[in-house]
Design a protein around this ligand. Sequence first.
Ligand code: PLP
Length: 361
Amino acid sequence: MSNRAFNFCAGPAALPEAVLQRAQAELLDWNGKGLSVMEMSHRSDDYTAIAVKAEQDLRDLLSVPANYKVLFLQGGASQQFAEIPLNLLPEGASADYIDTGIWSRKAVEEARRYGKVNIAASAKPYDYFAIPPQSEWQLDAKAAYVHYASNETIGGLEFNWIPETGDVPLVVDMSSDILSRPLDVSKFGLIYAGAQKNIGPSGLVVVVVREDLLGRARSVCPTMLDYKIAADNGSMYNTPATFSWYLSGLVFEWLKEQGGVAAMEQRNRAKKDRLYGFIDASGLYSNPITGEARSWMNVPFRLADERLDKDFLAGADARGLLNLKGHRSVGGMRASIYNALGLDAIEALVGYMAEFEKERG
Ligand SMILES: *Cc1c(COP(=O)(O)O)cnc(C)c1O
């Protein structure tokens, strides 16, 4: 019905078409109130209902325990790289960080501005093609927290297990794989995710934080970055990103209609199995990540001859298979296949890849 392409962008990424249609239908006149959500006071009863429902739906989807706060903040995931140490790393203390790629290293660099960082494990000896097993980690029992990125969006390296850190709070950047499958939130002290991959529009960041970690911010922590102030004010210490929050709520509703994260797991498993299976069987395409660490959401791949890259991308564009170019730091290709993309997108991509290989491989 529409002329929408299959969008494999890593972020801002594809949103479910049904969500965009609903937002379009409600844009000028939300619920017969004669105004757009964008034009509502964030303190109004109508907007409060939207915000509360979005939070509740997310809580339902992830079975968030009652002793966790769910915050809808601004500044994207990158602001959390500073916000986490400002809140959780006391002056003079040290935090453990796991390096599995570009995003986890960005978090390290930012945390170093505020205190001591111990790289407890790194995927570097594995060329970032595998996750070091926890038996190799040098965790510090006195660390303020342990930070890792569950899915490295650029490298295509994903944890399929949750680290065990005992009493040390576990902090995770889940920007690109939150809601892709069920999750045991109780294992974590804090989960954060920039919205523009699997949640909604960019700029918004969702933080799920255990209550006992609130109220620890350093005295220099800006008011706007203090988790406790955000929690005490229902993420409305200042004007929140109201429209992004609303749109994320529509995505949560859509996810529930689809059968929640259990249904997403099935669908995402079928998608990644189909794509990796095709890549592994082909003579032209390859993905270097070891089997169990292959990302379900971001699939980087290379052509055997990089001189074909330009033609591959041009042909893909012409077929409405968009944004397959790999991150500028690594080259090659990358297909980001978040929740909003169905198996039909994978079939279209694989069909094109097979055709291209037959003609040019
Ligand atoms: C995209 C991404 C970020 C950065 O998100 P911003 O919202 O642009 O700050 C951080 N971490 C991971 C894992 C990402 O995928």
